[in-house]
Ligand binder design. Structure first.
Ligand code: ADP
Ligand code: MG
Ligand code: MG
Length: 209
């Protein structure tokens, strides 16, 4: 597992921003039947602000970059996803602290801390049809691959688990967020937040190995 440095973390954040920009319409389309049709716009607005900060000159280590990302998302994204993704990045930052490089063990622990932050903030449980249903299996998959030599493979296993988790939200009835207001009518629709979370893990696999 090649050590992850600040440049790698910046690549990841920029790639996530690019993936969300590319999928903005799709994320908003998914948020139409079971939400208020703004998930793509919310995420794209926040991540554009994050990229603008990076363009302004990124300083500091992996933790500082993740902290800046989290704080920017919290302050620029209205809606549930801002505080949730913001907390994810802030908790990752705290777990990494001022380490210059992040090894496999620390990355897996930081990712888990980020996901624990999402739960602390939103109180989602498995099966509630949220981003947690994509994030939780990804963290478990990364832990399972812990200790192996194959960095790219471990990260791709996490991304694949997130994609499966995203797909698993379709038959679920929502129990958190706006989609829960629809009760049984939320069944049969893929969750937008789980979809953006799968992009987060796929871009990690694309940039951090
Ligand atoms: P809003 O619902 O406020 O318009 P977004 O549309 O940006 O915010 O984000 C909606 C997504 O947020 C949902 O698809 C779901 O994945 C996620 N979400 C909502 N509430 C929670 C929660 N309590 N815990 C975890 N994720 C949640
Ligand atoms: Mg919405
Ligand atoms: Mg909204």
């Amino acid at each position: 597992f090649a050590a992850i440095d600040a440049a790698a973390i910046e690549r990841w954040i920029r790639a996530f921003a690019a993936a969300v920009a590319e999928n903005e319409q799709e994320l908003t389309r998914l948020d139409s039947p079971i939400g208020d049709a703004d998930h793509g716009a919310n995420m794209n607005r926040g991540l554009k602000a994050v990229v603008a900060k990076l363009d302004g000159g990124s300083t500091g280590g992996p933790g500082a970059l993740l902290k800046q990302t989290g704080m920017t998302l919290v302050s620029t994204v209205g809606g549930a996803s801002g505080p949730l993704y913001g907390t994810f990045f802030l908790r990752m930052a705290t777990a990494i602290g001022d380490a210059d490089t992040v090894d496999q063990k620390l990355f897996a622990a930081a990712l888990r801390a980020g996901v624990d932050g999402v739960v602390a903030r939103g109180k989602a449980e498995a099966g509630d049809k949220t981003m947690y249903d994509a994030l939780a299996p990804a963290v478990d998959a990364l832990d399972a691959a812990f200790g192996g030599e194959d960095t790219a493979g471990a990260l791709q296993a996490a991304a694949d688990a997130a994609a499966q988790g995203r797909d698993s939200t379709t038959p679920m009835q929502a129990r958190k967020g706006r989609a829960s207001y629809l009760g049984e009518r939320s069944v049969g629709h893929q969750d937008p937040g789980a979809t953006s979370a799968a992009l987060l893990l796929q871009t990690a696999a694309d940039t951090l190995a």
